[in-house]
Design a protein around this ligand. Structure first.
Ligand SMILES: Cc1cc2nc3c(=O)[nH]c(=O)nc-3n(C[C@H](O)[C@H](O)[C@H](O)COP(=O)(O)OP(=O)(O)OC[C@H]3O[C@@H](n4cnc5c(N)ncnc54)[C@H](O)[C@@H]3O)c2cc1C
Length: 626
C-alpha cells in the first residue's frame, strides 16, 4: 500500500497507487529509448528552435553562420512564415482523421463569438477596479484579444493541418480536443501545443484554451469512477454528465479554467483545512447543489466560459468540500477577484508584457446553484486523494513542453546578445553559453523520453511517462533561476540600460545611441530589441509573475520529490534496489522482501559470547530485514 502525503504530515492513501496499475514498471536501462534517434532529432530541433528565437524577435533572414548574422529587422511574425517552419515538424497522422460523412463539417469557434460571449454580465474585479466588460476594459482587453486570435487562427487554411483535425464523424475540430491514442498522435498534439505557445507571447501565456481544456481529458477518459465513488449524488448520472458536458464544451470550443488548489490553511493545525473558507456544498436539491465559499486560486478565470472546480486533496478536507464539476463564469453569486494587473501599456517598449495579462484570481461563491448537469463528483475525500493527480498530469506534461520552449528562447537570447556584444568570441563566454544550451537540450530530452516511454490509460489514451515528465520539470525548476541569472549577467548593463523609443527617435540623440549600441554584428537597434524582450521576460513584474507561475502551477517541487518516494518502483522492492541487491548478494523472497544470502566465505568461528546462554544469534524469524 502506497501512501501520499501531499501537503501535511500524515500519510494518505496515494493517488499513485492507481497510476501504478496503469503504468508498467520502468525498466532499469530504459530499453525503449532510441538515443541515436533522440540525438539526431535534437540536432534538427535545435536549428529550428534557434530560428524560432530570431523570428520571435522579428529578426529574420537566415544566413548560414550562427548568431546575429540571423538578424535583419522585419515586420511582425506572420502566420504563413511561421507555418512554413512548423510544416517540417508536423507530419500528418492518419488515425482520427477519418471522413465518414462525405462532406466535412466544421465546428470551430471564432474570435468574434468568443469576445461577444465575455460580455455576459460576469462579475470581475481586477485590482481596485470592477470590470464592466472583460473584452473591452483596458486591464483585460489585450489578453481577451489574444484568446480571440487563438480561435481565429484555427480558421487559417494554411494552418489547418497543425491546428485542427477531422474526427471519426467527419467533423473538423480544434486540436484542443484531439485524443491521442498512439505515440505519434501524442507527438502531434505536442506540436500543436508548441505552435500555440510560440505564437502567443513566446510561451508566456501558459493558460491558453488548449491547456485549460486538456485537463478535462481525465474525466472523459474514465467517467464511471467519478460517479461510482460519489457520496450524496445517487441517481444523478454523474458519468453521463461528464460525457454530455465534454461534448458540449467540444462542440462549442468552450474554455474551462481550472480551480483546484484550496486555501493556504494553517498546515500545523490538522483541523484547519476542514474549517477553512474552501468551497463547500451547503444544500442539495432536485435542481442541483448549492455551494458557498472560496476557490482560492485559478488562472485565466476571468477569460473562461466555465470555472472548472476541483480539489487537490489536503489532509483534513471534509466530504462537503469535495466538489468536481463546472460552473458558468457568470453564474449568479460568483465574483472573480483578480490580483492587480501587470499588463504594460506600451507595445514598443514592452513587446511581450503589453500583449496581455492572463490574471490569476480568487473566486467567491455566494450560495451559488450549480445544476446537476454540471456536477461530475461530490462528497468523497478518498476519491479526491486518489484521482486528481491524474488531472494534474496533463498540465504537468504541458508545463514541461512549455518549459522546453522557454529554455529554447532563453538560449537563443543568450547567443544573440553575446554575439552582438562580441563576447561570444571569448572562450570563457562560450563555455557559459554551452551550459545554457545544455540546459535547453536536457529539458527537451525529457519531453522526448517521456513521450517515448508512454503508456495506456484506462480509456486507451497514450499518456507520456509520468516520472520522466515530472523529473524534467524538477530539472527545469531547479536550474531555471540560475540560467536566468546567467543570461542577465552575460548581458551586463544592456538588459536595463538602453534608450526608449522616443529617445532613440530624437534626431539630436540618435547618433550617440547608434554609436553606443553598435555591436560585433547586426544593427545597433537590434541590441535594443533584444534588451526589451529580456527585460520583459526577466526584469519586470510581468516577468516575475511568470516565474511564480512556472514555480507553483501544478504540483510544486517539494511535493514532486515527495511523490517520487511514494512509488513502489523506488522502494526496496523495486527494480533499482533489485540490481543493488544482486550486486550485494542479497536474495529476494517470494513475497518480494529481501533476505541475506548465506555468505559464500568460510563459516563463522564460534566465539566465547556464543556459549553464554541466550546471547547467541537470534532465531531466523527474528533476524532484522534489510
Ligand atoms: C501564478 C499562480 C497561478 C496558479 N494557477 C492555478 C490554477 O490555475 N489552478 C489551481 O488550482 N491552482 C493554481 N495555482 C496554485 C498552485 O497550484 C499552488 O500555489 C501550488 O500548488 C502550491 O500551493 P500553495 O500555494 O498552497 O503553497 P503551500 O502548499 O502553502 O507551500 C508553500 C511552501 O511550503 C512548502 N511546503 C508545503 N508543504 C510542504 C511539505 N509537506 N513538505 C515540504 N515542503 C512543503 C512548499 O514546497 C512551498 O515551498 C497557481 C499558483 C500561482 C502562484
Amino acid at each position: 500500500m502506497l501512501g501520499i502525503d501531499l501537503h501535511g504530515g500524515q500519510a494518505d492513501a496515494g493517488c499513485l497507487l492507481e497510476e501504478d496499475a496503469d503504468q508498467p514498471r520502468q525498466e532499469l536501462d530504459h530499453p525503449g529509448v532510441n538515443h541515436a534517434k533522440i540525438e539526431s532529432a535534437l540536432a534538427v530541433l535545435w536549428i529550428e528552435r534557434y530560428m524560432f528565437c530570431a523570428q520571435r524577435l522579428d529578426l529574420r533572414q537566415h544566413r548560414p553562420d550562427w548568431g546575429l548574422q540571423f538578424l535583419r529587422l522585419g515586420g511582425r511574425l506572420h502566420p504563413q512564415r511561421y507555418a512554413d517552419d512548423e510544416a517540417t515538424m508536423t507530419a500528418p497522422m492518419p488515425s482520427q482523421d477519418a471522413s465518414s460523412c462525405g462532406g466535412e463539417r466544421v465546428l470551430l469557434r471564432t474570435g468574434k463569438d468568443y469576445l461577444a460571449a465575455l460580455d455576459d454580465g460576469r462579475k470581475v474585479w481586477v485590482g481596485n477596479e470592477l470590470i464592466d466588460n472583460v473584452a473591452t476594459h483596458r486591464l483585460t482587453r489585450d489578453y481577451a484579444q489574444r484568446i480571440a486570435e487563438f480561435f481565429d487562427l484555427h480558421h487559417c487554411e494554411d494552418l489547418k493541418d497543425v491546428l485542427t483535425y477531422v474526427d471519426a464523424q467527419g467533423i473538423r475540430r480544434s486540436m484542443t480536443w484531439f485524443q491521442h491514442r498512439t505515440k505519434e498522435q501524442l507527438v502531434r498534439k505536442r506540436k500543436y501545443h508548441e505552435f500555440v505557445m510560440k505564437h502567443f507571447v513566446a510561451a508566456s501565456c501558459p493558460r491558453t484554451p488548449d491547456v485549460q481544456n486538456y485537463i478535462l481529458v481525465t474525466y472523459i477518459d474514465d467517467p464511471q469512477p467519478w460517479e461510482t465513488a460519489a457520496i450524496g449524488a445517487e441517481g444523478r448520472g454523474l458519468a453521463e454528465n461528464i460525457r454530455t458536458f465534454y461534448r458540449h464544451a467540444m462542440d462549442n470550443d468552450l474554455v474551462c479554467a481550472p480551480h483546484f488548489v484550496d486555501p493556504q490553511a494553517d498546515r500545523s493545525d490538522p483541523s484547519a483545512h476542514g474549517t477553512s473558507p474552501a468551497l463547500r456544498v451547503v444544500e442539495r436539491n432536485d435542481e442541483g447543489i448549492v455551494v458557498n465559499g472560496v476557490k482560492a486560486i485559478g488562472t485565466g478565470s476571468a477569460f473562461g466560459d466555465f470555472l472548472h472546480l476541483g480539489v487537490f486533496f489536503r489532509p483534513g478536507a471534509r466530504g462537503d468540500q469535495i466538489i468536481y464539476g463546472v460552473c458558468p463564469a457568470n453564474a449568479e453569486g460568483v465574483t472573480i477577484v483578480c490580483r492587480e494587473s501587470v499588463v504594460k501599456d506600451d507595445p514598443v517598449e514592452h513587446p511581450l508584457a503589453a500583449q496581455g495579462d492572463e490574471l490569476d484570481s480568487t473566486v467567491l461563491f455566494d450560495n451559488v446553484l450549480i445544476p446537476w448537469k454540471y456536477v461530475f463528483h461530490i462528497g468523497n475525500p478518498d476519491h479526491a486523494k486518489l484521482y486528481p493527480q491524474r488531472v494534474f498530469d496533463w498540465v504537468h506534461y504541458h508545463a514541461l513542453v512549455r518549459q522546453a520552449v522557454r529554455a529554447e528562447l532563453l538560449a537563443g537570447l543568450a547567443i544573440l546578445i553575446c554575439e552582438h556584444l562580441g563576447t561570444a568570441k571569448i572562450e570563457a563566454v562560450q563555455s557559459r553559453l554551452a551550459r545554457i544550451i545544455g540546459f535547453q537540450q536536457s529539458v527537451h530530452a525529457h519531453v522526448i523520453a517521456a513521450e517515448d516511454k508512454g503508456f495506456y490509460t484506462p480509456g486507451g489514451l497514450y499518456k507520456p511517462d509520468i516520472q520522466l515528465f515530472n523529473w524534467g520539470r524538477v530539472f527545469f525548476l531547479e536550474n531555471f533561476g540560475r540560467m536566468i541569472h546567467e543570461l542577465i549577467d552575460l548581458c551586463g548593463r544592456s538588459a536595463l540600460m538602453f534608450p526608449t523609443e522616443g529617445q532613440w527617435q530624437d534626431a539630436g540623440m540618435r547618433p550617440w545611441f547608434e554609436r553606443l549600441n553598435r555591436g560585433a554584428s547586426g544593427e545597433a537597434y537590434d541590441r535594443i530589441r533584444l534588451a526589451r524582450v529580456i527585460r520583459d521576460l526577466y526584469l519586470t513584474d510581468w516577468g516575475g509573475r511568470l516565474f511564480m507561475f512556472e514555480n507553483f502551477n501544478g504540483t510544486p517541487l517539494q511535493t514532486l520529490l515527495a511523490l517520487t518516494m511514494k512509488r513502489a518502483e523506488f522502494s526496496g522492492s523495486g527494480p533499482l534496489a533489485e540490481f543493488a541487491r544482486k550486486v550485494a548478494g542479497i536474495a529476494t523472497r517470494q513475497d518480494g522482501t529481501a533476505t541475506t544470502r548465506p555468505s559464500p566465505t568460510r563459516p563463522r568461528r564460534k566465539t566465547r559470547r556464543d556459549s553464554i546462554p541466550g546471547r547467541g544469534r537470534p532465531p531466523p524469524n527474528r533476524r532484522r530485514q534489510p
